[in-house]
Design a protein around this ligand. Structure first.
Ligand code: CUA
Length: 310
């Protein structure tokens, strides 16, 4: 453990914009504190008991132009900061196309990660340098919050819901992961390490740590949860699943969606969110039925159906 760090390293492409905003706010606040403190000092000397200073009404210029001026200036300054901060935040809501998607499951009191290759790890997270990484996160129990100070990125992790955050690492090395939402006795110990390595080292690592059982567990979940009942070929109650992953799906509301991992997972937890064109909303929700482990195994299995069929 390193000691108290006043200002963590900037290790992601997003960090500088957060720091600029933060430093601007600190400087502006410091200037205002300085101004108010000086006025208090000046006024307490000038208007001390027995002083001969003029205590009459203010000149019109002060009670009109100056009053209106500083009220407007404050309003504009706040609107400006609001626009700046929201713009920076909005940019971070949408991960870039082709980001590396890593699934995160939080539980009391650990972080579990699953890479696209099926490689899994706990409390350490390998990511490639310079590649946008999107985390698709959920919790098995209570609310946690995934926080990497060096990346300036923090996002709540909720049960029964997928939240995402993304970052592009810009420095090799180890960076702390913290849980930033009080989640029980060992909340303070729910930490970990992001290990940023070169893209080739990452590829090597991710292929060396493949969990070959994940797909098999997905296949068995598929059967014991009864998915096969409707989704097998020769049954027209439900859409075919082979080749689904990565395709575009036409919905009954006229929209189309990309069948990515988030879509697959949402369709299992909340089937009525996207009804596929030509089908009835028959499927029950598997929220609370499939565990998060089964979910990630199922998604991995559904993705493999593509690889087999195409
Ligand atoms: Cu998990 Cu605090």
């Amino acid at each position: 453990m390193s000691g108290l760090i006043a200002f963590p390293t900037e290790a992601s492409a997003q960090a500088p914009s957060v720091d600029r905003l933060y430093l601007t706010l600190v400087v502006v606040s410091a200037l205002i504190v300085l101004l108010v403190a000086s006025l208090i000092l000046i006024f307490s000397v000038r208007y001390r008991k027995g002083s001969k200073a003029n205590r009459g009404p203010l000149p019109a210029f002060f009670s009109r132009e100056i009053e209106v001026g500083w009220t407007l200036a404050t309003l504009l300054a706040f609107l400006g900061i609001f626009t700046w901060a929201s713009a920076a935040r909005l940019v971070r809501l949408v991960p870039p196309k082709g980001a590396l998607i890593i699934r995160v499951v939080a539980k009391q009191w650990m972080w579990k990660f699953e890479h696209p290759t099926g490689a899994r790890e706990i409390d350490t997270l390998h990511v490639p340098l310079g590649v946008p990484v999107e985390l698709a996160m959920t919790s098995q129990d209570v609310i946690h919050s995934f926080y990497v100070p060096a990346f300036r990125t923090k996002q709540d992790v909720l049960p029964d819901r997928i939240t995402t955050e993304w970052f592009t690492p810009t420095r090799l090395g180890d960076f702390a992961i913290r849980c930033a939402e009080y989640c029980g006795t060992d909340h303070a110990l729910m930490s970990g390490t992001v290990i940023v390595v070169s893209p080739s080292q990452y590829a090597h690592w991710a292929n060396a740590h493949v969990d070959r059982n994940l797909m098999a567990r997905g296949a068995s979940a598929y059967n014991h949860l009864g998915c096969a009942g409707c989704h097998n070929a020769n049954d027209n109650r439900a859409p075919r699943l082979a080749g689904l992953y990565g395709s575009r799906v036409a919905l009954s509301n006229g929209h189309t969606v990309l069948a990515d991992e988030t879509y697959l997972e949402r369709s299992i937890l909340d089937p009525r969110a996207d009804i596929v064109r030509g089908y009835f909303p028959l499927m029950p929700s598997y929220r609370g039925v499939a565990t998060s482990e089964e979910l990630s195994a199922l998604v991995s299995y559904l993705k493999s159906l593509k690889e087999v069929q195409s």
